[in-house]
Design a protein around this ligand. Sequence first.
Ligand code: COA
Length: 204
Amino acid sequence: MPTATLREYQPKDLPDLYDVCVRTGDSGEDATGKYERPELLGDIYVGPYVHFEPELAFVLDSGERAVGYVLGTADTQGFVRRYREEWLPRFSGRYPGPPTAPVTGDDRLLDVFYHPERMLRPETAGYPAHLHIDILPPYQGTGNGRRLMEAFLDAAAAAGAGAVHLGVSLTNIRAQGFYRRLGFHEIEVAGVGRALVLGRATAR
Ligand SMILES: CC(C)(COP(=O)(O)OP(=O)(O)OC[C@H]1O[C@@H](n2cnc3c(N)ncnc32)[C@H](O)[C@@H]1OP(=O)(O)O)[C@@H](O)C(=O)NCCC(=O)NCCS
C-alpha cells in the first residue's frame, strides 16, 4: 500500500486537488469524461473553500503530489455570502449562465454553481461547518480518511464551529459507512433529492 503524509494545504496543491475532485467526483468514483467542463467540479467543491478558509484544508502528500484532501468552512452562512459576493464574480463570462431547466450533467453542475444559497437549510443551522473529503483510490482504506477528518474536526472546532454537516450521495454506500463509523448521524432535511445529509459535533 502506498503511504502519504498529512499536512496543511498549500496554494501549489490546487491543481492536484482539482484532479482528485474529478477522479472521485461521480458519487465517489471517477468522473473523468462525464462532464464537458470537469473544472466546474473543482470550481464548486474545491476552489472557494481553499480560497476563503485555507486553514481548514488539509492534504495527503505522496511525496510527489497531493492525493487526497479535506476542506470546508466553519461558517456555512458566511461562506455562502462570500461565494455569492466574491467567488461568483470571478467567473463572469467564463461559464454559461444558470440553465432554466437542467437536463445534462453539466447543466446540473451549473445549477449548483450558481445557487450557493441552497446550502442554507433550516435543518442544518445547528451544524454551522460543512466539509468535503476525497482521496484517490490507492490511498483509500488505510486510515487516511480518518486522519483527514480528525484534522478538519479539530480545525473547525478551533475556528468556533461546534458541529459540522455534509452531503453524501445515496449511491455512495462506502462513504456513508465511513461517515457513520466516524460518528456522523443522519439529519432529516427536506428536498435534497438523491443525497443524505449527515452531521456530528466537532469535539472528539
Ligand atoms: C470516503 C473516504 C474519504 C474514506 O476514507 P478512507 O481512507 O477510505 O477511510 P479510512 O481507512 O480512514 O476508514 C476510517 C474508518 O472507517 C471505517 N470504514 C471505512 N469505510 C467504511 C464502510 N464502508 N463501512 C464501515 N466502516 C468503514 C474503517 O474501517 C475505519 O475504521 P477505524 O478507524 O475505526 O478502524 C475515501 O474512501 C474516499 O475518498 N472515497 C472516494 C471519494 C468519496 O466517496 N468521498 C466522499 C464523498 S461524500
